[in-house]
Design a protein around this ligand. Sequence first.
Ligand code: OGA
Ligand code: MN
Length: 281
Amino acid sequence: MASITFEPISGELGATVRVSADDILTNGSPREIRNALDVFGVLVFPHLYLSDEDLVSLTNALGEMEPARTTADGSRAAALGIYRIALDKQNSSQREYVEGNNFWHMDGTSYRVPGKATLLKCITPAAAGGDTEFAHLFAAYDALPQAKKQQLEGLRVIHCLEAVGRKFKPDHTEEDIRRWNAVFPPTEHPLVWKQSCGRTSLLIGSTAQCIVDKNGDTVPALLEDLLEWSTQPRFTYRHQWRQGDLVIWNNPGLLHRSHPYTEAAGRIMHRTTVKGTEEIA
Ligand code: OGA
Ligand code: MN
C-alpha cells in the first residue's frame, strides 16, 4: 500500500487523513500516524467508521491504551475501556464531567504524565452545537514575545477539579467542593512545559486555578491572558462532527474543548487515550 497522505488544514494546526478503516491498522499506518501527530497536532479522519474493537487496537498500536476506569458507565463501550461521552447519564458527577469538557483544557493534568494522545470517534453528531475545538499551545508559546517567555520562566501553576467546577456550577455547595477535591485535589505543576520533541507548551486551561511565583504569591490575570493568547483564531481549529469521523490529537501540545450542546441534541462520542510518556517537568 502507498503511504498515507496528510493534507494540512490551516496554518500549523491539523491535517486531514485519507485512509480506510481496513488499512488503518496495517502497512505501517500506526507508525505514520504517530509521527504525524507531532507534526500536525490534530489528525482528522472523515467518515472512517472504525469499529470499537479497531479503535482499541489502533489506540494500542499508537502506544499503550489507558482504559477509562473512572468514567465507566456500564455501557458495552466501557467494557472495552472506551469512555462513552454523552449527556444521557444517570449519575450526576458523570454528567458534570462531560459538561466540564466545554471549557478549554488539556486531558490528564491531575497526573505527572498526562496522556499522549486522545482518540475521539463520532457515533452520533449533536443536532445542534457539539463541535470540538483545538488550540495549538506549541505555536502559541513560540509566538510569545521573548520578554513574556522570560517572565513565565520558573512560575508554577496549581491545577484541580474545583477550578473547573467553579466555572460550570456557579451555585456550587461546600459538598461539591469536597467531592471535586476528592477526585482531583490541588496539584502543582510548572507553568512552562518543555518537551522532549523540542517544543514547549503551557499548563493552562480550565483545571488551572492560579499561577504562583517563587514566593508562593499569586500572579493576577496571567492565566486569563495566556488562555486568551493561546486560543486566538490563528492558533485554533474547530471540528464539526459527522457520523463516523475519528479525530486524534497530541494532548500535551494542545488545549481542546467541546462547544455546548444539550442532552436532547443526542450527541454520542467514544473516546480512548494513549498513555503518556512525557513527564511534566
Ligand atoms: C474529552 C473531551 C471533547 C468533546 O473527552 O476529554 O474533552 O468534544 N471531549 O467531547
Ligand atoms: Mn478532554
